[in-house]
Design a protein around this ligand. Structure first.
Ligand code: ADP
Ligand SMILES: Cc1cn([C@H]2C[C@H](O)[C@@H](COP(=O)(O)O)O2)c(=O)[nH]c1=O
Ligand code: ZN
Length: 214
């Protein structure tokens, strides 16, 4: 039987890791051989080198850290085949690009073809509010998409965006795409409070200034 592919998306702090761990634990209760892969550039986040943690303190021990490139994807496939994993979780999947020889999308397809269920969690948008890497394609091919929201750190409404702050100020559009961090650098924001200086869309603001003032 072929496996299924689910993707959990949302901004930072929306509970993607919590939800991923919760689902993996349910599979374990069902006696499925379950394993989590996470990118090695995030290893040690929230204070532990040999387990995967959520910000709120949930922990998962069956984890392997792999580089988010061709080599890492190969490691994931070989380890899964060798150990007979039946369910594979992939966190921070936005860091795995589609440009590699064996893209994360092809790897997930191959796992499903071998009967392995895959649940991936990742940021749908980067700090600019644009699609993060290949996430659009992964969402397009997923059997099921769960979209989570966080709480806006300014107004308390639903947050769909991640705000990057450099020295307490909104990071400009040309800030690098990848910057590992947590509450010291990022906040959850609603659309109104998500700010990106120098974003291309900002150039049209003048046209609508009077309308906004009304
Ligand atoms: N602005 C926020 N909105 C919602 N949860 C937040 C916020 N800031 C911190 N948290 C905490 O973050 C937890 C989610 O952490 P985690 O699962 O690691 O999120 P994600 O993987 O989506 O970044 C929440 O349960 C809550 O305790
Ligand atoms: C928005 C954004 C985030 N990142 C980094 C910051 C964190 O290290 C991870 C996301 O962690 P999560 O809590 O598991 O969602 O991604 C980045 O590099 N670039 C960005 O634009
Ligand atoms: Zn807000």
């Amino acid at each position: 039987m072929v496996g299924s592919f689910e993707v959990i998306i949302g901004p930072m702090f929306s509970g993607k890791t919590e939800e991923l761990i919760r689902r993996l634990r349910r599979y374990e209760i069902g006696k499925r051989r379950t394993h989590l892969f996470a990118p090695s550039n995030s290893r040690g986040r929230y204070g532990s080198e040999d387990e995967w943690r959520s910000l709120g303190g949930l922990r998962y021990r069956n984890v392997s850290f792999i580089p988010a490139n061709n080599e890492g994807v190969r490691e994931m496939m070989e380890e899964t085949a060798r150990n007979g994993y039946e369910v594979v979780g992939i966190d921070e999947v936005q860091f795995f690009t589609l440009e590699e020889e064996m893209s994360i999308m092809e790897a997930i397809r191959a796992l499903n073809g071998a009967g392995v269920d895959v649940i991936a969690a990742g940021l749908n948008m980067d700090f600019r509010g644009e699609p993060f890497g290949g996430m659009g394609q992964l969402i397009a091919i997923a059997d099921k998409v769960t979209q989570l929201t966080a709480v806006c750190d300014i107004c308390g409404r639903e947050a769909y965006y991640t705000q990057r702050l450099i020295n307490g100020e909104p990071a400009p559009y040309d800030s690098p795409l990848v910057l590992i961090g947590s509450r010291e650098t990022y906040q959850a924001r609603c659309k109104e409070h998500h700010l990106v200086p120098n974003a291309k869309a900002n150039r049209y603001e003048g046209l609508f200034r009077n309308r906004q003032a009304r």
